[in-house]
Design a protein around this ligand. Structure first.
Ligand SMILES: Cc1ncc(COP(=O)(O)O)c(C=O)c1O
Length: 345
Protein backbone atom coordinates (compact mmCIF):
# COMPACT_ATOMS: atom_id res chain seq x y z
CA UNK A 1 0.00 0.00 0.00
CA UNK A 2 1.22 3.51 -0.85
CA UNK A 3 -0.70 5.95 1.29
CA UNK A 4 -0.36 9.52 0.08
CA UNK A 5 -3.63 10.78 1.56
CA UNK A 6 -1.90 12.63 4.38
CA UNK A 7 1.15 12.65 6.63
CA UNK A 8 -1.21 11.71 9.48
CA UNK A 9 -1.16 8.06 8.38
CA UNK A 10 2.38 7.30 9.56
CA UNK A 11 2.94 4.41 11.95
CA UNK A 12 5.15 4.90 15.02
CA UNK A 13 8.80 4.00 14.37
CA UNK A 14 10.42 1.09 16.27
CA UNK A 15 12.24 3.67 18.46
CA UNK A 16 8.90 5.30 19.30
CA UNK A 17 7.32 1.97 20.18
CA UNK A 18 10.26 1.11 22.44
CA UNK A 19 10.07 4.48 24.19
CA UNK A 20 6.32 4.08 24.64
CA UNK A 21 6.76 0.65 26.20
CA UNK A 22 9.12 1.91 28.90
CA UNK A 23 7.72 5.43 29.40
CA UNK A 24 7.61 6.74 32.93
CA UNK A 25 4.03 7.85 33.56
CA UNK A 26 1.79 9.54 36.12
CA UNK A 27 -1.58 11.28 36.17
CA UNK A 28 -1.27 14.22 33.82
CA UNK A 29 -4.54 15.81 35.01
CA UNK A 30 -2.66 16.27 38.30
CA UNK A 31 0.38 17.46 36.32
CA UNK A 32 2.25 14.36 37.52
CA UNK A 33 3.25 12.64 34.31
CA UNK A 34 7.03 13.11 34.07
CA UNK A 35 7.19 12.25 30.37
CA UNK A 36 4.42 14.70 29.45
CA UNK A 37 6.14 17.35 31.57
CA UNK A 38 9.42 16.69 29.80
CA UNK A 39 7.78 16.98 26.40
CA UNK A 40 6.07 20.23 27.38
CA UNK A 41 9.28 21.76 28.77
CA UNK A 42 11.22 20.73 25.71
CA UNK A 43 8.61 22.08 23.27
CA UNK A 44 8.61 25.43 25.08
CA UNK A 45 12.40 25.48 24.92
CA UNK A 46 12.55 24.62 21.21
CA UNK A 47 10.08 27.42 20.43
CA UNK A 48 11.72 29.91 22.81
CA UNK A 49 8.41 30.44 24.62
CA UNK A 50 7.55 30.22 28.32
CA UNK A 51 5.33 27.16 28.33
CA UNK A 52 3.64 24.43 26.32
CA UNK A 53 0.79 21.97 26.77
CA UNK A 54 0.27 18.54 25.20
CA UNK A 55 -3.14 18.23 23.53
CA UNK A 56 -4.68 15.25 21.75
CA UNK A 57 -5.08 16.98 18.36
CA UNK A 58 -4.11 19.99 16.31
CA UNK A 59 -7.74 21.01 16.11
CA UNK A 60 -7.99 21.12 19.88
CA UNK A 61 -4.80 23.20 20.11
CA UNK A 62 -6.12 25.68 17.55
CA UNK A 63 -9.55 25.89 19.13
CA UNK A 64 -8.19 26.45 22.64
CA UNK A 65 -6.14 29.31 21.20
CA UNK A 66 -9.18 30.80 19.44
CA UNK A 67 -11.12 30.55 22.70
CA UNK A 68 -8.44 32.19 24.82
CA UNK A 69 -7.61 35.04 22.46
CA UNK A 70 -11.19 36.14 21.74
CA UNK A 71 -14.52 37.03 23.29
CA UNK A 72 -17.96 36.10 21.88
CA UNK A 73 -18.95 38.32 18.98
CA UNK A 74 -15.39 38.86 17.75
CA UNK A 75 -14.18 38.12 14.25
CA UNK A 76 -11.15 35.96 13.57
CA UNK A 77 -9.15 36.48 10.38
CA UNK A 78 -8.28 33.23 8.57
CA UNK A 79 -7.09 32.73 5.00
CA UNK A 80 -9.96 31.43 2.85
CA UNK A 81 -8.40 27.96 2.39
CA UNK A 82 -7.23 27.77 6.01
CA UNK A 83 -7.73 24.69 8.18
CA UNK A 84 -9.36 26.54 11.08
CA UNK A 85 -12.11 27.78 8.76
CA UNK A 86 -12.65 24.75 6.52
CA UNK A 87 -11.87 21.65 8.54
CA UNK A 88 -12.58 22.35 12.18
CA UNK A 89 -16.34 21.91 11.93
CA UNK A 90 -17.46 25.39 12.87
CA UNK A 91 -15.95 25.03 16.33
CA UNK A 92 -15.03 28.75 16.57
CA UNK A 93 -18.76 29.53 16.32
CA UNK A 94 -19.88 26.70 18.60
CA UNK A 95 -17.29 26.98 21.36
CA UNK A 96 -16.01 30.55 21.20
CA UNK A 97 -19.06 32.36 19.76
CA UNK A 98 -16.86 34.05 17.16
CA UNK A 99 -17.15 34.51 13.42
CA UNK A 100 -14.45 33.70 10.95
CA UNK A 101 -13.73 36.46 8.45
CA UNK A 102 -11.96 34.81 5.58
CA UNK A 103 -9.48 36.67 3.44
CA UNK A 104 -8.40 35.22 0.09
CA UNK A 105 -4.64 35.60 -0.34
CA UNK A 106 -3.80 36.90 -3.81
CA UNK A 107 -0.78 34.61 -3.83
CA UNK A 108 -1.70 31.00 -4.78
CA UNK A 109 0.47 29.90 -1.84
CA UNK A 110 -2.32 31.09 0.44
CA UNK A 111 0.07 33.26 2.38
CA UNK A 112 -1.54 36.48 3.54
CA UNK A 113 0.24 39.83 3.59
CA UNK A 114 -0.41 42.63 6.04
CA UNK A 115 -2.21 44.86 3.46
CA UNK A 116 -4.61 41.98 2.71
CA UNK A 117 -5.29 41.45 6.41
CA UNK A 118 -5.56 45.15 7.13
CA UNK A 119 -8.32 45.53 4.55
CA UNK A 120 -10.48 43.06 6.49
CA UNK A 121 -10.04 44.44 10.01
CA UNK A 122 -12.70 46.07 12.12
CA UNK A 123 -10.80 48.04 14.72
CA UNK A 124 -12.26 51.08 16.46
CA UNK A 125 -15.13 51.15 14.00
CA UNK A 126 -18.80 51.87 14.68
CA UNK A 127 -20.12 49.94 17.69
CA UNK A 128 -22.36 47.94 15.37
CA UNK A 129 -19.38 46.49 13.47
CA UNK A 130 -18.10 43.07 14.44
CA UNK A 131 -14.69 43.71 16.06
CA UNK A 132 -11.60 41.78 14.98
CA UNK A 133 -10.23 39.78 17.90
CA UNK A 134 -7.56 37.54 16.43
CA UNK A 135 -5.47 36.83 13.34
CA UNK A 136 -4.60 33.21 12.52
CA UNK A 137 -1.73 32.28 10.22
CA UNK A 138 -1.04 28.80 8.80
CA UNK A 139 2.57 27.70 8.17
CA UNK A 140 2.94 25.54 6.18
CA UNK A 141 -0.36 26.25 4.44
CA UNK A 142 -1.99 22.90 3.78
CA UNK A 143 -4.27 23.81 0.88
CA UNK A 144 -1.77 26.36 -0.35
CA UNK A 145 0.22 23.24 -1.31
CA UNK A 146 2.53 23.06 1.71
CA UNK A 147 3.71 26.61 1.08
CA UNK A 148 5.89 28.40 3.59
CA UNK A 149 5.80 31.77 5.32
CA UNK A 150 9.17 33.31 6.17
CA UNK A 151 10.15 34.70 9.55
CA UNK A 152 10.27 38.20 8.06
CA UNK A 153 6.73 37.89 6.63
CA UNK A 154 5.39 36.60 9.96
CA UNK A 155 7.20 39.30 11.92
CA UNK A 156 5.75 41.98 9.66
CA UNK A 157 2.19 40.78 10.20
CA UNK A 158 2.69 40.42 13.96
CA UNK A 159 4.28 43.87 14.32
CA UNK A 160 1.31 45.54 12.62
CA UNK A 161 -1.22 43.38 14.50
CA UNK A 162 0.35 44.04 17.88
CA UNK A 163 0.42 47.78 17.21
CA UNK A 164 -3.37 47.51 16.97
CA UNK A 165 -3.61 45.34 20.09
CA UNK A 166 -4.45 42.22 18.05
CA UNK A 167 -3.01 38.81 19.00
CA UNK A 168 -1.69 36.41 16.34
CA UNK A 169 -2.03 32.63 16.56
CA UNK A 170 -0.05 30.38 14.29
CA UNK A 171 -1.52 27.09 13.11
CA UNK A 172 1.89 25.53 12.72
CA UNK A 173 0.65 21.98 12.25
CA UNK A 174 3.62 21.51 9.87
CA UNK A 175 5.92 24.28 11.06
CA UNK A 176 8.87 21.89 11.21
CA UNK A 177 8.42 21.25 7.48
CA UNK A 178 8.44 24.99 6.95
CA UNK A 179 11.57 25.42 9.05
CA UNK A 180 13.36 22.59 7.23
CA UNK A 181 12.49 24.00 3.81
CA UNK A 182 13.81 27.44 4.74
CA UNK A 183 16.78 26.31 6.80
CA UNK A 184 15.25 28.26 9.66
CA UNK A 185 14.40 27.48 13.27
CA UNK A 186 10.81 27.05 14.37
CA UNK A 187 11.61 29.61 17.05
CA UNK A 188 12.43 32.28 14.45
CA UNK A 189 9.39 31.40 12.36
CA UNK A 190 7.01 31.91 15.27
CA UNK A 191 8.70 34.13 17.84
CA UNK A 192 6.49 37.12 17.11
CA UNK A 193 3.27 35.05 17.40
CA UNK A 194 1.38 35.00 20.68
CA UNK A 195 0.66 31.27 20.42
CA UNK A 196 1.64 28.37 18.17
CA UNK A 197 0.03 24.98 17.65
CA UNK A 198 2.16 22.28 16.08
CA UNK A 199 1.40 18.63 15.37
CA UNK A 200 3.58 15.73 16.49
CA UNK A 201 1.35 13.34 14.57
CA UNK A 202 1.87 14.65 11.02
CA UNK A 203 5.27 14.85 9.32
CA UNK A 204 7.01 14.20 12.64
CA UNK A 205 5.45 10.73 12.72
CA UNK A 206 4.13 10.40 16.30
CA UNK A 207 0.95 8.35 16.63
CA UNK A 208 -1.03 11.01 18.56
CA UNK A 209 -0.71 14.55 19.76
CA UNK A 210 -0.05 18.22 19.25
CA UNK A 211 1.46 20.99 21.32
CA UNK A 212 0.17 24.45 22.07
CA UNK A 213 2.94 26.88 22.98
CA UNK A 214 2.74 30.38 24.47
CA UNK A 215 3.16 32.43 27.64
CA UNK A 216 2.92 30.84 31.10
CA UNK A 217 -0.38 32.58 31.77
CA UNK A 218 -1.84 31.53 28.41
CA UNK A 219 -0.86 27.88 28.88
CA UNK A 220 -2.26 27.83 32.43
CA UNK A 221 -5.62 28.91 30.98
CA UNK A 222 -5.21 26.43 28.13
CA UNK A 223 -5.01 23.66 30.74
CA UNK A 224 -8.50 24.61 31.95
CA UNK A 225 -9.89 24.61 28.42
CA UNK A 226 -8.18 21.37 27.47
CA UNK A 227 -10.05 19.71 30.35
CA UNK A 228 -13.32 21.37 29.34
CA UNK A 229 -12.85 20.03 25.81
CA UNK A 230 -12.46 16.54 27.27
CA UNK A 231 -8.73 16.50 26.59
CA UNK A 232 -7.48 15.92 30.14
CA UNK A 233 -5.60 12.66 29.64
CA UNK A 234 -4.21 10.54 32.46
CA UNK A 235 -1.08 8.37 31.83
CA UNK A 236 -0.46 10.28 28.62
CA UNK A 237 3.29 9.81 28.99
CA UNK A 238 2.87 6.71 26.82
CA UNK A 239 2.02 9.09 23.98
CA UNK A 240 4.41 11.84 25.02
CA UNK A 241 7.31 9.37 24.86
CA UNK A 242 6.70 8.99 21.13
CA UNK A 243 6.16 12.74 20.91
CA UNK A 244 9.59 13.42 22.38
CA UNK A 245 11.24 11.31 19.69
CA UNK A 246 9.15 13.06 17.06
CA UNK A 247 10.27 16.43 18.38
CA UNK A 248 13.96 15.61 18.72
CA UNK A 249 14.62 13.23 15.83
CA UNK A 250 12.04 13.61 13.09
CA UNK A 251 12.87 17.16 11.94
CA UNK A 252 16.27 15.85 10.80
CA UNK A 253 14.74 13.73 8.03
CA UNK A 254 11.98 15.99 6.68
CA UNK A 255 14.19 17.03 3.72
CA UNK A 256 13.70 13.48 2.37
CA UNK A 257 9.92 14.00 2.26
CA UNK A 258 10.42 17.36 0.59
CA UNK A 259 12.72 15.85 -2.07
CA UNK A 260 10.18 13.08 -2.71
CA UNK A 261 7.39 15.65 -3.06
CA UNK A 262 9.48 17.64 -5.55
CA UNK A 263 10.22 14.49 -7.59
CA UNK A 264 6.52 13.62 -7.56
CA UNK A 265 5.63 17.09 -8.83
CA UNK A 266 8.28 16.92 -11.56
CA UNK A 267 6.89 13.60 -12.76
CA UNK A 268 3.27 14.78 -12.60
CA UNK A 269 4.14 17.90 -14.62
CA UNK A 270 5.20 15.61 -17.49
CA UNK A 271 1.90 13.73 -17.63
CA UNK A 272 -0.49 14.96 -20.29
CA UNK A 273 -3.41 16.93 -18.85
CA UNK A 274 -1.95 17.27 -15.35
CA UNK A 275 -0.60 20.58 -14.24
CA UNK A 276 1.65 21.70 -11.43
CA UNK A 277 4.70 23.92 -11.17
CA UNK A 278 7.34 21.74 -9.49
CA UNK A 279 9.19 24.89 -8.40
CA UNK A 280 6.24 25.72 -6.18
CA UNK A 281 6.79 22.61 -4.05
CA UNK A 282 8.65 23.63 -0.92
CA UNK A 283 7.63 20.92 1.55
CA UNK A 284 5.68 17.63 1.53
CA UNK A 285 2.31 18.50 -0.05
CA UNK A 286 1.63 18.20 -3.78
CA UNK A 287 -1.70 19.45 -5.14
CA UNK A 288 -2.10 19.13 -8.89
CA UNK A 289 -4.87 19.93 -11.31
CA UNK A 290 -6.03 17.02 -13.49
CA UNK A 291 -8.80 18.73 -15.44
CA UNK A 292 -6.81 18.54 -18.70
CA UNK A 293 -6.83 14.72 -18.62
CA UNK A 294 -10.53 14.45 -19.44
CA UNK A 295 -11.01 12.44 -16.24
CA UNK A 296 -12.26 13.59 -12.89
CA UNK A 297 -9.96 13.67 -9.89
CA UNK A 298 -12.29 11.19 -8.16
CA UNK A 299 -12.04 8.75 -11.10
CA UNK A 300 -8.25 8.99 -11.14
CA UNK A 301 -8.08 8.37 -7.37
CA UNK A 302 -10.42 5.39 -7.76
CA UNK A 303 -8.13 3.94 -10.45
CA UNK A 304 -5.07 4.51 -8.24
CA UNK A 305 -6.84 2.68 -5.44
CA UNK A 306 -7.04 -0.41 -7.61
CA UNK A 307 -3.20 -0.37 -7.47
CA UNK A 308 -3.35 0.17 -3.69
CA UNK A 309 -2.19 3.78 -4.08
CA UNK A 310 -4.22 6.24 -2.04
CA UNK A 311 -4.70 9.96 -2.58
CA UNK A 312 -7.47 12.48 -1.99
CA UNK A 313 -9.44 14.25 -4.75
CA UNK A 314 -10.35 17.91 -4.15
CA UNK A 315 -12.46 19.47 -6.90
CA UNK A 316 -10.40 19.37 -10.11
CA UNK A 317 -7.24 18.55 -8.16
CA UNK A 318 -5.59 15.66 -6.33
CA UNK A 319 -3.59 16.06 -3.13
CA UNK A 320 -0.67 13.77 -2.34
CA UNK A 321 1.39 14.11 0.83
CA UNK A 322 4.80 12.55 1.38
CA UNK A 323 5.94 11.31 4.78
CA UNK A 324 8.32 8.89 6.52
CA UNK A 325 6.40 5.82 5.35
CA UNK A 326 6.68 6.78 1.66
CA UNK A 327 9.91 5.91 -0.18
CA UNK A 328 11.38 7.19 -3.45
CA UNK A 329 10.38 3.84 -5.02
CA UNK A 330 6.78 4.51 -3.92
CA UNK A 331 6.91 7.87 -5.68
CA UNK A 332 8.20 6.28 -8.90
CA UNK A 333 5.50 3.60 -8.71
CA UNK A 334 2.85 6.29 -8.23
CA UNK A 335 4.08 8.17 -11.29
CA UNK A 336 3.98 4.99 -13.39
CA UNK A 337 0.41 4.34 -12.21
CA UNK A 338 -0.71 7.92 -12.94
CA UNK A 339 0.78 7.86 -16.45
CA UNK A 340 -0.90 4.53 -17.11
CA UNK A 341 -4.31 5.83 -16.05
CA UNK A 342 -4.06 8.81 -18.38
CA UNK A 343 -2.56 6.81 -21.28
CA UNK A 344 -5.22 4.13 -21.11
CA UNK A 345 -7.94 6.78 -21.36
C1 LIG B 1 -2.92 22.95 8.83
C2 LIG B 1 -3.61 22.04 9.78
N1 LIG B 1 -3.99 22.51 10.99
C3 LIG B 1 -4.60 21.73 11.89
C4 LIG B 1 -4.88 20.42 11.62
C5 LIG B 1 -5.63 19.60 12.63
O1 LIG B 1 -4.93 18.56 13.18
P1 LIG B 1 -5.70 17.28 13.83
O2 LIG B 1 -6.08 16.42 12.68
O3 LIG B 1 -4.67 16.69 14.72
O4 LIG B 1 -6.87 17.83 14.56
C6 LIG B 1 -4.52 19.88 10.38
C7 LIG B 1 -4.83 18.46 10.06
O5 LIG B 1 -4.68 18.00 8.97
C8 LIG B 1 -3.88 20.72 9.44
O6 LIG B 1 -3.53 20.26 8.23
Amino acid sequence: MIDLRSDTVTKPTPAMRRAMAVAEVGDDVYGEDPTVNRLQDRAAEVFGKEAAIFVPTGSMGNQIAVKLHTKPGDEVIVEERGHIFNWEMGTPAIVSGVMIRTVRAANPTGMLTWPEIEGALHINQAYYACPTGLICLENTHNFGGGSVMSAAETDDICRHAHALGLPVHMDGARIFNSAGAQDETVENLSKACDSVQFCLSKGLGAPVGSMLVGSKEFIAEARVWRKRFGGGMRQAGILAAAGLIALEESPKRLHEDHANARRLAEGVAEIRGMSIDPESIRTNIVIFDVSGTGKSSADICASLKADDIHAIPFGPAIRMVTHCDVSREDIEATLVALSGIVRNG
